[in-house]
Design a protein around this ligand. Structure first.
Ligand code: SF4
Length: 260
């Protein structure tokens, strides 16, 4: 059975992440109940972190509707699609928020490019992971130093690797424990799209299917992300050149949700 809350270090925490809070999250039936409970306790020490995926937009929408002025953050790898940058501006304007764009350290990027080349990720899996580490994971670790609660739009139906993710878990960042919460963990793709339609929630145009049914399932870097065809596995568009080599499903993750 999929754990709803990983309790491994709950009792050792000191940032008001206690058993009562875990119970409140576990028992909450609606995502807005979770958002309310987190904002009430953590304010600017909690943030919705999104790549611009639809479930992240739902969380921003629910926060706005319930007057919960959460910090909203995105990882700007400096290689996002132009559509994504334009979309983030649209979201800011729609909800009257400023999205914190967390960027990689320029010196680290320059050093990596000098050492391995601009397109190192084509060379090997380990170099792709190195690039993701510099452009995504390390910036995320820096962001986490400012947070006690990381709110994600993760859902179990997004991939096989995500089917076991809990609704909430305590993760160990470099500086202190973080409560990572995914209020929409049990929502299906259909439910998310239906809610978005009914509430006129902005949708990144990359997520919409073209005339041939092709669409982007991931909103990553422009160099590494391609649309998928109808019937293709959801992760097929990520690092498509790796599809020729049999891989574990969870190797199609950038490390953000499985290594921090
Ligand atoms: S998705 Fe590609 S360009 Fe973006 S950080 Fe990962 S390897 Fe680098």
């Amino acid at each position: 059975m999929t754990p709803e809350i990983k309790r491994h270090s709950v009792t050792s925490l000191k940032y008001s992440i206690d058993e009562a809070l875990c119970q409140e999250i576990l028992l909450a039936e609606e995502p807005q109940e979770i958002l309310f409970c987190l904002f009430k306790r953590f304010k600017e020490r909690a943030a919705i972190v999104t790549s611009g995926q639809l479930s992240g937009m739902l969380l921003i929408h629910l926060a706005a509707e319930n007057r919960l002025p959460f910090r909203v953050c995105t990882l700007d790898t400096l290689r996002l699609f132009p559509e994504t940058y334009a979309f983030l501006e649209q979201v800011e304007s729609r909800y009257g928020i400023q999205i914190e764009q967390i960027q990689p350290d320029r010196q680290e990027v320059q050093q990596m490019v000098t050492q391995h080349g601009e397109y190192l990720f084509f060379d090997s899996k380990s170099k792709q992971e190195h690039c993701c580490n510099i452009r995504k994971v390390r910036p995320m670790q820096r962001l986490l130093k400012t947070l006690d609660v990381w709110i994600t739009g993760l859902r179990r139906d997004q991939s096989d690797a995500r089917q076991q993710l809990p609704k909430a878990e305590i993760i160990s960042s470099a500086s202190h424990p973080i409560l990572k919460v995914s209020p929409l963990i049990q929502w299906t793709t259909e439910k998310v799209w239906q809610f978005a339609r009914e509430n006129d929630i902005p949708v990144n145009p990359l997520l919409k299917a073209d005339a041939h049914g092709h669409y982007y399932e991931s909103l990553g870097c422009i160099t590494c992300t391609t649309p998928i065809r109808p019937g293709e596995p959801k992760r097929a568009g990520r690092w498509r050149w790796q599809n020729a080599t049999p891989t574990e499903e969870n190797t199609k993750e950038c490390g953000l949700h499985f290594s921090i």
